[in-house]
Design a protein around this ligand. Structure first.
Ligand code: NAG
Length: 324
């Protein structure tokens, strides 16, 4: 009996030691992870395949020229004359936020003022646009008074000419680009800028809400401009609105004398520039052969300040330090 108990104890002891050793050995053993590893390598393989696919897609798009780099697009120089008035900031904010959507654009803003104003300087600095800020005051004898009808004297002539001068002094014939005169009170579809971009010399298109008509437009036959749909002074050389054409930078640099004529008769301002640049047959019709309106000659109503004036008389006018 004694011997048997001792044997049982020895067997128990041995089994325990063997069990303990087996457990310790298992700690150092690698687990059977092949399943896990396999799925990881599958994932990496799939990612590699996707990467190659994407690289091929990029190559394909580059080859087809479908996604040109923005730097490759010709710059659109937008020339905007502007002058101080109650709605000036509102107009410039609206225009600047349209222009923000256009790639490779350079905004040339020219103030009709003796100095650069703080309002325009700060607006441009905060606009997020590439810009040039210029100023020139219209000579007194040519200045239109607030009370004068809008057709009496054309506005913005000296300002547009100064912008042309800036381009001639700061750009070279080898620089690509297209120049567009965009007043601050018009409404511009973004599609217009796609049309402008491909200008070869001078491109044209309809303008809405102008000349006492729903629209004015160049008349196009077989892809060529053969005349103009306009009711007012149809015998003008180029019976078109300022917003209805664009000119390449090259053409303006090659014709250094081309400019707007300060003495131009009413309605002849556009003609005064275009006459020295292009003939009607050479005009490039855009906007689906001039059948689509992409710019509107909207005019902002002059705000009435009746209450403001009354309060000012009582010394209770609105805080002049708050910019509007
Ligand atoms: C413009 O007209 C020409 C000639 O009639 C035609 O070949 C061309 O497809 C037209 N373009 C557009 C964009 O409608």
């Amino acid at each position: 009996m004694k011997v048997k108990l001792k044997n049982v104890f020895v067997i128990y002891f041995l089994v325990s030691v063997i069990g303990l050793m087996y457990a310790l050995l298992q700690l150092g053993q690698p687990c059977d992870c092949t399943q896990h590893l396999k799925s990881t390598s599958d994932l990496i393989h799939a990612k590699d395949k996707k990467l190659v696919q994407l690289q091929n897609e990029v190559k394909r798009l580059q080859a087809r020229g479908k996604a040109p780099e923005p730097q490759m697009l010709p710059v659109i120089y937008v020339i905007t004359p502007t002058y101080a008035r109650l709605v000036q900031k509102a107009e410039l904010v609206r225009l600047s936020q349209t222009l923000l959507h256009v790639k490779n654009l350079h905004w040339i803003v020219v103030e009709d003022s003796a100095t650069k104003t703080q309002l325009v300087s700060e607006l441009l600095a905060q606009s997020g646009l590439r810009f040039t800020h210029l100023h020139v005051e219209t000579p007194k004898e040519h200045k239109r008074k607030e009370s004068d009808p809008n057709w009496l004297k054309p506005r913005g002539v000296e300002q547009r000419n100064l912008a042309l001068q800036w381009l001639r002094e700061n750009r070279q014939l080898s620089d690509g680009g297209v120049v567009y005169f965009a007043d601050d009170d018009n409404t511009y579809s973004l599609h217009l800028f796609d049309e402008i971009r491909s200008t070869k010399r001078v491109s044209v298109w309809p303008v809405g809400l102008v000349g006492g008509l729903r629209f004015e437009r160049p008349l196009v036959e077989h892809g060529k401009v053969i005349g103009f749909y306009t009711a007012w002074k149809p015998n003008r050389p180029f019976p078109m609105d300022m917003a209805g054409f664009a000119v390449t930078l090259q053409l303006l640099l090659a014709n250094r004398e081309a400019r707007f004529d300060l003495q131009a008769e009413r309605g002849y301002l556009e003609s005064s520039l275009l006459q020295s640049l292009v003939s009607i047959e050479e005009l490039e019709p855009k906007a689906e052969n001039c059948t689509k309106v992409m710019v509107w000659h909207t005019r902002t109503e002059k705000p009435k300040m009746k209450q403001e004036e009354q309060l000012q008389k009582q010394g209770l006018g609105s805080d002049p330090s708050i910019e509007v």
